[in-house]
Ligand binder design. Structure first.
Ligand code: DP6
Length: 397
């Protein structure tokens, strides 16, 4: 048997500060507005994917987090088809590096997330970005790949780059101009920190794909947002990032998250993603900023109750103390803070009083502390492959 060609890559999670919500084309995943996100560091959160290809494979197959999944899923099929199409084009154009024989070979795909699905983080963004990036390596496809990742999951196109990334909505019907683009690299704003406040386990009520469909059909506020609010905010947000103006960045981030959740409430029947823990986090952030008469913290929420906090490095220890005070964690159980280590400081009494909220026990199960990070990358060490040398999942999975 010939040895399969095997490649393993990793890809990051991204958290939008100007939200994508609503499609103008469901099949191609074309959005009704542009969006902008921050790529999180893969030392804390990532997807790892191995793709193997061999003449001896009978069919395309996929294993996600140790379990075989249905390869006929339309979005998976879109990504596979588009990568093969680009590879075929390249080989027809006479690129000597492309191996036309390999194009007809089937693939085995194995992928794992190193963060709990319960954390409610956009695992589909990192997952599809990693899939497309790895397939492109296997089939020798280069160039613009965000257009393909977009067809797996809209937000996945932004995980194809590190740093600060915009997804330009585009105008064309075929989606050729609906692409992700880096606004600033991960080195641009070294002091920026990201804290994921994981709200205690609760099931996600409505998935983003179906939620945004209902919003597009019923919310006039969403239409107003997409047409009249987001275009101006994109310009302001890009300027805030370029100037490293935290107060401007933070205010736009919070207002955009709030407006996104307002469009969810304006959807009929309404969609509720925020819960009482989310509301307490929102109050905590505003009272904290109010006490210092300076915008030091920003929150943002996606299609679930977990808060993502953006702040600067120097404010992290004190804010984390405030979180621990106002959300007393369960005493037994794992560590409360995961990821980048955080120095221990005392919570100033006047800050505690100024916030003055009633503590909500066990509302937050843990915090993931991270920062801005790079885009997808290839793992060169073959011991990190998730598929064995025969191209099948390793027994340890
Ligand atoms: C609230 O990218 O998950 O996180 O394109 O249908 O797969 P599909 O949706 P998805 O939506 C993400 C929505 C969001 C906002 C954002 O990430 O911009």
């Amino acid at each position: 048997m010939e040895k399969p060609k095997t490649v393993t890559c990793t890809a990051p999670v991204n958290i939008a500060v100007i939200k994508y919500w609503g499609k103008r084309n469901e099949e191609l995943i074309l959005p009704i507005n542009s969006s902008l996100s921050v790529t999180l560091h893969q030392d804390q959160l990532k997807t790892t994917t191995t793709v193997a290809t061999s003449r001896s494979f009978q069919e395309d197959r996929i294993w996600l987090n140790g379990k075989e999944e249905d390869i006929t899923h339309p979005r998976l099929q879109s990504c596979l088809r588009e990568i093969r199409r680009l590879a075929r084009k390249r080989s027809k154009d006479g690129d000597p590096a492309s191996d036309s024989m390999k194009l007809s070979h089937k693939v085995h795909i194995c992928s794992v997330n190193d963060f709990p699905t319960a954390a409610g983080l956009a695992s589909s963004a990192a997952g599809f970005a990693c899939l497309v990036y790895t397939l492109a390596q296997v089939f020798g496809v280069e160039g613009e790949l965000s257009e393909i990742a977009r067809q797996g999951s809209g937000s996945a196109c932004r995980s194809m780059y590190g740093g600060f990334v915009q997804w330009i909505m585009g105008e064309e019907d075929d989606g050729k101009d609906s692409l992700a683009q880096q606004v600033a690299p991960e080195t641009h704003w070294p002091e920026l920190r990201v804290l994921v406040l994981v709200a205690s386990a609760e099931r996600k009520p409505v998935g983003s794909t179906s939620g945004m469909q209902t919003s597009v059909q019923t919310s006039r506020l969403l239409k107003h947002r997409a047409e009249s609010v987001v275009p101006g905010r994109m310009v302001e947000m890009i300027e805030a990032v370029q100037r490293r103006d935290f107060a401007a960045f933070a205010e736009l981030t919070m207002k955009d998250s709030n407006q996104f959740h307002a469009t969810c409430l304006d959807t009929y029947p309404p969609i509720f993603y925020l819960n009482s823990v989310s509301q307490q986090v929102i109050n905590l952030v505003h009272r904290y900023n109010g006490h210092y008469k300076e915008t030091r913290l920003a929150y943002t929420f996606d299609a679930g109750p977990n808060a993502v906090i953006y702040t600067l490095q120097q404010h992290v220890p004190e804010f984390v103390q405030a979180v621990q005070h106002f959300f007393p964690p369960e005493t037994n159980g794992g560590e409360f803070i995961k990821g980048l280590p955080i120095e221990h400081v005392a919570l100033p009494e006047e800050l505690r009083q100024a916030i003055g909220l009633e503590p909500l026990a066990k509302g937050i199960s843990y915090i993931i502390s991270t920062k801005v990070g790079p885009g997808p990358c290839v793992l060169e060490d073959p011991t990190q492959h998730l598929l064995g040398s025969d191209g099948w999942p390793k027994k340890t999975l």
